[in-house]
Structure formats: structure tokens, C-alpha cells
Write a protein that binds this ligand. Structure first.
Ligand code: GRF
Length: 202
């Protein structure tokens, strides 16, 4: 299976996925990484692994549909079976989402459906949550609302601040996201009528 990963920043989840794909001998590999920011550190680590690394600056396009159309064209050159959003900080148009329905995953740093959007860790601490975590989900038209594939839970500890909680959640993401992507490339996951089925675990 061919995987294209979209990033905007450091790409630590990308690194975790690439490492898992190599170490666990998946029937799939990351064939390209595309960033909307040329300076994203993740592009360098992709190159270091011999993976095609490209950037496409959203600011060079008149509007969101124009950027998304260009992005889709770039993605499709790599003929992916799966598109993985890994810290890709752009809101996607419904047309883009529809094009990759059932074959585009995202990771969000909260236990969805709580805390969609930004500043998830700060908000979890402010609310006095005792647990936090991350969610891998299929991407649907509504931001951070797609069908849930997997979640990881971490404790919120007394004395946590945004940075300490973010670090704990990110470490959990590095286990969770490769596991979920691995399920997909092994053909274990399916999105049907808006619901996720995981073969052998129904
Ligand atoms: C992660 O916290 C992810 O949940 C969120 O953006 C962050 C990306 O981190 N969507 P990285 O670029 O993978 O290091």
C-alpha cells in the first residue's frame, strides 16, 4: 500500500510512522511527504529516509478550493491508497475530503468528541480533566469529527501545564498513530456507512 503523509511542522508522528513501517515490515510504505510549509522539519527527515519530500505553499493560492485542488493533484501523482494527516494545520474543503473518503486518517490531540480545534491541552487542564489523550479518526467534512479508529488515554497529573501534558500526549501519539496506520495498510480497517469496522475485532 502506498501512503502519502501531509505535515505542517516538526513531523514527529511522521517519523514514528516511517520507523514502524520499516521495523515492522508493513505491506505498505510512505512514498511521499507533502508540507504546506517549506521550512517544516519533517521534510528533512523524510528526505533522510529516501522519501519524496515536497512543499506546496497555501499562500500562493487565491483561496482554499484552489489550494486543495493543487494539493490533490500533487497527492494523486503518488497514487496513494492512504493519505495520513500528521500535524497538517489546514482546514480541508468538503470536495477534498470527499475525494479521499475512507482512505484519509488524522490524529487529533484530544479524546474526541471533546476538545475539537486548537489548544486542546490548555482547555483540558482548565476544565480539570483527569485524563487526556489522542484520537485517530477517518477524516470527514466536519473538522475533527470523523469516525473514530483508535484512542490513547494518558493521565492529567497535578501540576501539569500545557507543555508537560502536550509532551505526554505526543508520546502516546507516537504509539497510537503507527498502530492505526498499520491496521489500515494490512487491510484490517474499513469505513462503511460512516462506521469503522476493524476486521477480527467486531
Ligand atoms: C500532534 O499533536 C497532532 O496530534 C496534531 O499536531 C501535532 C503534530 O505533531 N494534529 P508532529 O508534527 O507530528 O510532531
Amino acid at each position: 500500500k502506498r501512503i502519502v503523509v501531509l505535515i505542517s511542522g516538526q513531523g514527529s508522528n511522521l517519523d514514528a510512522i516511517v520507523r514502524a513501517s520499516e521495523a515492522q515490515d508493513w505491506p505498505g510504505r510512505v512514498v511521499a511527504v507533502i508540507s504546506n510549509r517549506a521550512e517544516a522539519r519533517g521534510l528533512q527527515s523524510a528526505q533522510a529516509h529516501g522519501i519524496a519530500a515536497e512543499s506546496l505553499d497555501h499562500k500562493a493560492f487565491a483561496d482554499r478550493p484552489a489550494f486543495d485542488a493543487a494539493l490533490a493533484e500533487r497527492i494523486d501523482r503518488h497514487a496513494p491508497d492512504l493519505v495520513v494527516l500528521a500535524g497538517f494545520m489546514r482546514i480541508l474543503t468538503p470536495a477534498f475530503v470527499a475525494r479521499y473518503e475512507g482512505r484519509m486518517l488524522n490524529i487529533h490531540p484530544s479524546l474526541l468528541p471533546s476538545f475539537t480545534g486548537l489548544n486542546t491541552h490548555r482547555r483540558a487542564i482548565e476544565e480539570g480533566c483527569k485524563v487526556a489523550g489522542a484520537t485517530v479518526h477517518f477524516v470527514s467534512a466536519q473538522l475533527d469529527h470523523g469516525p473514530i479508529v483508535a484512542q490513547a488515554v494518558v493521565p492529567v497529573l497535578a501540576g501539569d501545564d500545557e507543555a508537560s501534558l502536550a509532551k505526554r500526549v505526543l508520546a502516546a501519539e507516537h504509539e497510537l498513530y503507527p498502530r492505526a496506520v498499520g491496521w489500515f495498510v494490512k487491510g484490517e480497517l474499513e469505513l462503511k456507512d460512516g462506521r469503522v469496522t476493524h476486521r477480527g475485532r467486531e
